[in-house]
Design a protein around this ligand. Structure first.
Ligand code: SF4
Length: 272
């Protein structure tokens, strides 16, 4: 595939040189040059075989739309052994299968529900689990799959979520791209966060309430509980002050739900 692109680019460059050397287009060189550059870029994108690691259907909406607007046709790649429990894993996977059919996009799957393996790998790094295990495990698998199945480039819907560690993912994928000799297509898909969310709700996709692992499920549930209590107390439940309460209630870096309830009570219901 990469060879095809090179041949394409060389052919177009030759065509341009012939036109230029004939003196036919000298007077409009800048215009012709930009037309050719644009053409090469469009053809390059059309020819690109891009594997898009996909965490769920709602996150894929904007990414697919954006890539298609650049004439890049992605192939989705499902590999998310970080999603627990199995009912949640299945709900997200099945929703993606349906959505892929609806929008007519290719979908490849490494169908692995990996609770045991995930927990064994993060039990001693709960607070750094995203960077130290979850992202590398999934994204390396995407590059591995791309390499063994003839893809030219890799990207991920994790770059769409406003809740993920965007810069870390960018750096990680840049390194993996070098290691595997496969292009990393970076886009800040977060720009379309609201648009994607609105569309997902409009077409009735399954919307998850937490990132994926059981630890994120706990944090998310507690966050919502704190938010409800704050609202009730007339305090704005911003991410920052919800986070403050969670951090204040960690013992040995682990959140203790029972203490959390006490803190919320103390902080916001002292008048009761
Ligand atoms: S919070 Fe999300 S990214 Fe982090 S380990 Fe859990 S599932 Fe993975």
């Amino acid at each position: 595939m990469r060879m095809r692109k090179r041949i394409l680019a060389i052919s177009l460059s030759f065509a341009f040189l012939i036109l230029f050397s004939s003196g036919f287009v000298c007077f409009s060189l800048p215009v012709i040059s930009s037309v050719f550059t644009g053409l090469i870029s469009i053809l390059y994108n059309i020819a690109m075989k891009l594997l898009l690691h996909t965490c769920c259907a709602p996150c894929s909406i904007y990414c697919i739309k954006e890539l298609r607007s650049e004439d890049i046709e992605p192939t989705l790649f499902w590999y998310n052994p970080n999603i627990h429990p199995y009912a949640e894993y299945k709900a997200r996977r099945d929703c993606l299968r349906e959505y892929a059919k609806v929008v007519g996009v290719g979908l490849r799957e490494e169908d692995a529900y990996g609770l045991d393996e995930f927990v064994c790998n993060v039990y001693d790094k709960i607070t750094t689990r995203c960077e130290d295990y979850c992202y590398p495990m999934r994204l390396r698998a995407a590059f591995e799959y791309a390499k063994t199945h003839g893809f030219d480039a890799v990207s991920t819907t994790l770059l769409y979520s406003i809740y993920q560690k965007h810069e870390y993912i960018d750096d990680l994928m840049t390194g993996l791209a070098e290691e595997y000799g496969i292009e990393f297509v970076y886009r800040d898909f977060r720009e379309g966060w609201q648009e994607g969310q609105d569309e997902a709700r409009r077409i009735g996709l399954y919307m998850q309430k937490y990132c994926g692992c059981v630890f994120s499920e706990e944090e998310s549930g507690l966050g919502r509980e704190i938010g409800r209590k704050m609202k009730k107390a007339g305090v704005s439940p911003t991410n920052a002050n919800v986070r403050k309460i969670i951090e204040a209630n960690k013992v040995d870096n682990i959140v203790r739900p029972s203490l959390m309830a006490e803190t919320v009570q103390r902080e916001f219901f002292t008048e009761d």
